[in-house]
Design a binder for this molecule. Structure first.
Ligand SMILES: Nc1nc2c(ncn2[C@@H]2O[C@H](COP(=O)(O)OP(=O)(O)OP(=O)(O)O)[C@@H](O)[C@H]2O)c(=O)[nH]1
Length: 503
């Protein structure tokens, strides 16, 4: 609450001083102008500290703009006091009153901190320098160093300032309203508070005060109008950074973010066109540079976009890989198995049967209890490698089903061939000779349930899975370390020696 009171008191004091001591009007107004500029700079410095983004150089640019404005004001004071020139628009101070927008214009054209690129800054630097030259040429094509000659020149200067201030006010307001970032919101709140009030009070002051009979500072209480933008900036930067703020629609945010880099180039284009009558080469050159600047920025942004897209596609592929891989064994996981089964089941023209082998490590709980979980993990990894190594033909698919269970999908395989494959795998694991004191044969063994079916519309992959699971259950029931198969609805098991055992 105390800052609005400070601002109101300054305005009241300025008006009162001008009314009470009219003889010192000019000195009073200059004192207030420099004071409010200083106050605004303090506000900007405080806001920068509070923004929590010390690397955000936009705040420097805002400070630079205020400093340039102060230089313009100093040159104006020099004309009044040292050179005793009462012309309201001497060329040197006019140039700085125009030039001061340049740093802020660069910031309005810039991307958010996180997305800022060196190449974009380099292009902006070239365009900003060119714009500085154009400002200079344009200013001195209207006024001389001593000031505007005749009312028309003074009116031209006023319109040039109006054009510049309103363009910047609109651009800053757009950036303020259409952002999804708190730091952008805070920065552009200050910038738009300044430029919107500056455009309004500057318009009123230039057209109705300076051109309306009070060309010199200190001759009208309306001088106070020129305090307003600086006090508005002071208030916008010293009031608390909002925690919640209006969120613009996403498409508007994206549109303004994409369009803002063109603000600077558009200004170069506009001022380039303005100076063409007097300086055709420079004007046309500036217009060409602006078009190249926009094109180059667009192309480089596109390159970045394509690069980003590649990166995202790569990360998506990597993530997709992780989603389908079992982290312990490196085999496909249950999700991948389900997808594969479904895919095989619905493969167009699938005539041959699809076989499914469900593999379960025997007495694994006891293995874990005896040797610990880490040894259990290592055992699972060894079994996974052995299963992969052995017996898998092209088109077969192996996955860790979960826990100490594995599964093999073997498309185009009938039941007898699948049973033979299962027996091979069972033998392979036993021959690994992983010591297991609790196992009847002294080493780690597996039981396998086998089922095979033709894909049909009456049944689904889940039926095949259930059949293989039931076959596995029977193999376990029958004593483990064996292959169980489902045949014509009957459950058969194959003993470890290969002879068939009817369960
Ligand atoms: N080390 C380790 N153990 C696991 C993992 N997943 C499951 N297990 C263990 O596997 C064991 C499975 O136990 P059970 O389902 O009783 O099966 P089992 O002891 O092999 O008995 P049968 O299958 O009937 O022969 C449990 O002790 C689980 O903790 C794993 O990723 N690593």
């Amino acid at each position: 609450m105390k800052y609005p009171v400070v601002a109101a008191s300054i305005i009241a004091a300025h008006v009162a001083a001008l009314v009470l001591v009219p003889d010192l009007g000019m000195a009073i107004s200059y004192t207030f102008f420099f004071s409010v500029t200083g106050l605004a700079m303090v506000g900007v410095a405080v806001a920068w500290r509070r923004s929590g983004t010390p690397r955000d150089r936009r705040w420097w640019l805002l400070l630079a703009s205020l400093a340039l404005w102060a230089v313009g004001m100093s040159l104006s004071a020099r004309q009044n006091y040292v050179l005793e020139n009462s012309n309201p628009a001497p060329g040197d101070s006019m140039f700085f009153y125009i030039l001061y927008v340049l740093p802020v214009l660069v910031s309005v054209s810039s991307a958010p901190v996180a997305a800022r690129k060196k190449w974009a800054m380099a292009i902006d630097l070239v365009l900003a320098s060119l714009l500085g030259v154009l400002f200079y040429i344009r200013t001195f094509s209207i006024v001389s160093l001593e000031g505007a000659v005749g009312t028309q020149a003074a009116v031209d200067v006023a319109y040039m300032l109006d054009f510049e201030n309103s363009c910047l006010a609109v651009a800053a307001l757009l950036r303020y309203l259409a952002t999804d970032r708190a730091d952008d919101h805070f920065y552009f709140r200050g910038v738009s508070a300044f430029f919107v009030t500056y455009a309004l009070s500057g318009y009123f002051y230039n057209h109705y005060v300076a051109l309306g009979g009070h060309p010199e500072f200190g001759t009208s209480p309306w001088d106070v109008l020129l305090d307003v933008p600086f006090l508005a900036l002071f208030l916008a930067t010293t009031t608390r950074m909002p925690q919640r703020y209006w969120h613009a629609p996403v498409y508007l945010v994206r549109f303004v973010q994409s369009a803002s880099p063109t603000f600077l180039a558009m200004s170069v284009l506009g001022f380039g066109l303005m100076v063409i009558p007097g300086y055709p080469v420079l004007g046309i050159g500036a217009a060409i540079a602006a078009v190249i600047g926009i094109g180059l920025r667009g192309t480089l942004a596109q390159v970045d976009l394509v690069e980003e897209e590649f990166r995202l596609v790569r990360s998506r592929d990597e993530l997709q890989g992780l989603v389908f891989v079992d982290s312990l064994t490196g085999l496909a996981n249950r999700r991948a198995l389900d997808e594969r089964l479904l895919h095989e089941w619905h493969r167009p023209g699938q005539q041959a049967p699809i076989a499914l082998l469900m593999i379960d490590v025997d007495h694994f709980k006891e293995f874990n209890d005896r040797f610990g979980h880490l040894a259990g993990d290592e055992c699972l990894r060894t079994i996974a490698s052995a299963l992969l190594r052995r017996g898998l033909r092209a088109g077969d698919f192996i996955a860790r089903f979960g826990g100490e269970e594995f599964a093999v999908v073997a498309p185009g395989t009938n039941l007898p061939d699948a049973v033979a494959l299962a027996e091979e795998l069972r033998h392979e694991i036993q021959s690994l000779s992983i010591v297991h004191p609790f196992s009847p044969v002294g080493v780690v063994t597996i039981s396998v349930g086998v089922a095979a079916a033709n894909a049909s519309s009456e049944s689904g992959p889940l039926d095949l899975l259930n059949a293989a699971d039931r076959a596995l259950y029977r193999a376990k029931q029958a004593g483990r370390n064996r292959v169980g198969s489902q045949e014509d609805g009957r459950m058969n098991t194959v003993r470890l020696d290969g002879s068939r055992y009817i369960g």
